[in-house]
Design a protein around this ligand. Sequence first.
Ligand SMILES: *Cc1c(COP(=O)(O)O)cnc(C)c1O
Length: 324
Amino acid sequence: MRQLVGRLRQGLAELFQLPDGYEVALGNGGATSFWDSACLSLIERRSQHLVFGEFSSKFAKASAASPFLEEPELITAEFGSHPLPQASSDVDAYCLTHNETSTGVAMPIRRLGTPDQLVLVDATSAAGGLAVELAEADAYYFSPQKCFASEGGLWLALLSPAAIERIFRVEDSDRWVPPSLSLRSSVENSRQNQTYNTPAIATLFLLLHQVEQVLAKGGLAWAAARSKESSDIVYGWAEERAWASPFVREPGQRSPVVATIDLVPEIPAQRVSDVLRQNGIVDTDSYRKLGRNQLRLGLFPAVDPEDVTQMTRSVDWVVEALSG
Ligand SMILES: *Cc1c(COP(=O)(O)O)cnc(C)c1O
């Protein structure tokens, strides 16, 4: 187990070309659990959140519900686009989402504010599929079941020295932190290549193999180029169809790893997804709560761009059959 975690921490450090002093930490619970831990140990008094989809809303809600934190600053944008963070002297953490999986919007990650303000980035569906400069973030955290083609239930975080300092200082204060949510304990255990409680070995195994495979192929740049190629295929295809269009209007905000494609009302997307599913092409459904007539397609680096081309042909076939 320790060898597995050791190789994984090493592999992630290499994949993300971690700046000096950054550490790889991990723990059970996934990104959702990391939000609760972040409220406990990374946000000191008040956070700012960019809210532009289901996942970014959830973290903002967790912060708002924390009785020991002040009401967070929220900056919202219409779903299908992203807002920009604003420097504010009244917050100690900026909470960004690299890729909003529910809407298919990606945003650039850039540091802002002062050195004592942390930049916390939910990279759950971005990490391993989008280029990033880790020096721009203090906590870049994710679960392994998206770009890393593994299973859920685990979180990983790339932490800056400032983030680690914050974690230890807040947990030294009189705020009560439940042991299973303690980031300090995660950092201390990760340094020993272990976790606070037992993780699933299969999850770590699959994640490690994906990380090592991507490194062997050319690293993050290779993986990002592969998803970009897949997404160019999908967005280009949608723009050439009278009955389909990318949901995200601004091309620069369209995610290379999760494409959302609106269909015209005459073609029910749910029906298309159902037929695709009956024929072995699964998980093309839109995000339920978004409530749009839409296909949502995962274009993570483990997906072969040729399969993506084949999928667009399959959708063409189904739509033609349904319209005929
Ligand atoms: C999937 C996802 C989450 C939730 O991850 P869990 O592992 O289910 O906790 C959070 N944020 C984003 C952006 C996601 O895509």
